[in-house]
Design a protein around this ligand. Structure first.
Ligand code: ATR
Length: 285
């Protein structure tokens, strides 16, 4: 396939983070540009805290069209933008910036990317489903925001530190979906009862690949087990779930679709998600 043709019309994009050199976003997004014939180039910028403000001024000055934001800038970048989309405001973090003719708008595509991946790869219809979310950090907050829009029967948030689960549940209270919080004491009961169990903690992430937040036997056979982790692609949690007769859904799709939404916001075109996944998978293997 022809490479990106870089010329005087090429539009600039990139990801900022600290660290950032491990990021697979550049290979994924450049593949998306090649695939769609868009004249864009996407790179990684290692930006430390003290340079964030200057970077954003640079985005304005150079007309960088789109930026992905990763750790540790997702919160602090918000005050430097002109507008924050409602979802990003509720989640309290921005992972995507659109430069709309000099007006910088912040979005969060992590939660909606996760839900799109879950629906396309494992559970097409979330309506009426009982969901258990393990963990109550930033990642849990983003996906719960997006899950609430799918009308599940209820979401139980289970966390080692129960106060964080309670805080998260109460911050979304008052909607149509039943939300409750529990400590790990009730993990077995709430996993056994759920149609979908989602691990948002880092338990099982490389290098602790033998660890699992829940043994497979605690799951209801036929349920969906979903892990936000994609290193490894197949976590101990997912292996245990498959052995129990559950459908396993790994975290790679969330990464692909958070990028797909960003691509769509920037370009107005639908993202070539299959090609993006192929590119990232090849880089991970
Ligand atoms: P993220 O943005 O990735 O969600 P975070 O905000 O630090 O990161 O949240 C991490 C989540 O994983 C928390 O729910 C944390 O539980 P606590 O609130 O009790 O700290 C959970 N977590 C991390 N390591 C864990 C472990 N070894 N066992 C159980 N839960 C763990």
């Amino acid at each position: 396939m022809e490479g990106n043709k870089i010329d005087s019309h090429t539009v600039l994009y990139g990801v900022i983070g600290d660290p950032v050199r491990h990021s697979k976003s550049p290979i994924m997004m450049n593949r998306a540009f090649r695939e769609t014939g868009i004249n864009g180039v996407y790179t990684a910028f290692h930006i430390q805290d003290e340079s964030l403000r200057d970077f954003i001024a640079g985005v304005r000055a150079m007309g960088i069209r789109g930026v992905n934001v990763t750790i540790p800038h997702k919160l602090r970048v918000m005050e430097l933008l002109d507008e924050i989309d409602e979802g990003a405001r509720v989640i309290g973090a921005v992972n995507t910036i659109v430069n709309d003719n000099g007006r910088l708008i912040g979005y969060n595509t992590d939660g909606i990317g996760y839900v799109r991946s879950l629906k396309e790869e494992a559970a097409p219809n979330l309506s009426g489903k009982k969901i258990t979310v393990i963990g109550a950090g930033g990642a849990a907050r983003g996906i719960i925001y997006a899950l609430l829009g799918e009308s599940p029967a209820g979401i139980s948030i289970v966390n080692r530190t129960v106060e964080r689960a309670e805080e998260l549940a109460s911050s979304f209270a008052g909607g149509a979906v039943r939300l409750d919080a529990a400590s790990n004491d009730r993990l077995e009961e709430l996993c056994g009862d759920a149609d979908i169990v989602i691990n948002t903690t880092s338990v099982g992430m490389f290098p602790n690949v033998e660890e699992s937040p829940v043994p497979g036997e605690w799951l209801k056979p036929g349920a969906v087990a979903s892990d936000l982790i994609y290193n490894p692609l197949q976590t101990a949690f997912l292996k245990g779930a498959e052995a129990r007769g559950c459908t396993a859904h790994g975290g790679l799709g969330m990464f692909i679709y958070q990028g797909a939404y960003a691509f769509e916001y920037w370009t107005g075109q639908s993202a070539p998600a299959a090609a993006m996944r192929e590119e990232v998978l090849a880089a991970l293997r």
